[in-house]
Design a protein around this ligand. Structure first.
Ligand code: MG
Ligand code: ZN
Length: 229
């Protein structure tokens, strides 16, 4: 039987509550640094997964969790405005899940993550995956304290999704082009999306997947498991 999902709610622009006078992003960075230290103290790898609504973040995370949970203890923080839909799906794949409901905020911030980390038994976790709120704009600006940042786009978002959102790719270490089974229907070339990503962020590592059809997910999971060693 599944336990009830824990929910952390944002109180009207969470981060403002901490320090009214300080620059928002600067304060966010400071807390992110503390989050990272906390993760490292417990030997946890943190990955922040960003992407638009419908890119397939939840399905991809669910598949990664089902592969890696055979060997590692995984916790997932699920950022969403109001629902627990994603959290419930991911939990069924074998991860401990905490929902972070942001209300009107269209991104997670380091303070919300810090609160959520307090709810986890950190010494029992190897991998922390954070599903950011579905949005390709400001999540990039708000670092959370993870070691890697991943952006998921799907071919259904059209051929210009990458070039129109350069800032989030500048922040990314990993790019995933998802739903490749639909490339012909959409008339979108994954290779072109790949080169657009690499033009914005030369060092980016790119994967092509279909989370739904289980294409390329094993390769991505292997990449993550190598970071865990
Ligand atoms: Mg989702
Ligand atoms: Zn936002």
């Amino acid at each position: 039987m599944q336990r009830k999902t824990k929910i952390i709610e944002s109180i009207d622009g969470e981060i403002f509550d901490i320090e009214l006078s300080e620059d928002l992003l600067k304060k966010n960075k400071e807390i992110a640094r503390e989050n990272k230290k906390l993760l490292e103290k417990h030997n946890i790898l943190g990955i922040d997964i960003m992407g638009a609504i419908g890119a397939g973040k939840t399905t991809l995370i669910t598949k990664i969790v089902s592969i890696l949970s055979k060997k590692y203890k995984i916790a997932v923080l699920c950022g969403d405005l109001t629902t627990t839909l994603d959290a419930d799906i991911i939990k069924s794949a074998g991860a401990e899940v905490i929902q972070i409901n942001t209300g009107k905020e269209c991104h997670l911030d380091a303070n919300l993550v810090r609160k959520a980390l307090k709810e986890l038994s950190l010494n029992k976790i190897d991998l922390l995956i954070i599903e950011n709120v579905g949005n390709l704009i400001c999540p990039g600006e708000f670092v959370l304290g993870t070691h890697k940042r991943m952006v998921v786009v799907s071919v259904t978002e059209g051929p210009f999704m990458v070039v129109k959102h350069p800032y989030i790719f500048m922040e990314a270490d990993v790019g995933v082009i998802n739903k490749i089974e639909l490339k012909d229907v959409m008339d979108v070339e994954p290779k072109k999306l790949q080169s657009a990503m690499k033009k914005i962020k030369p060092g980016i590592k790119v994967f092509e997947t279909s989370a739904r059809k289980n294409i390329g997910v094993e390769i991505l999971a292997t990449f993550i498991s190598k970071l865990l060693k």
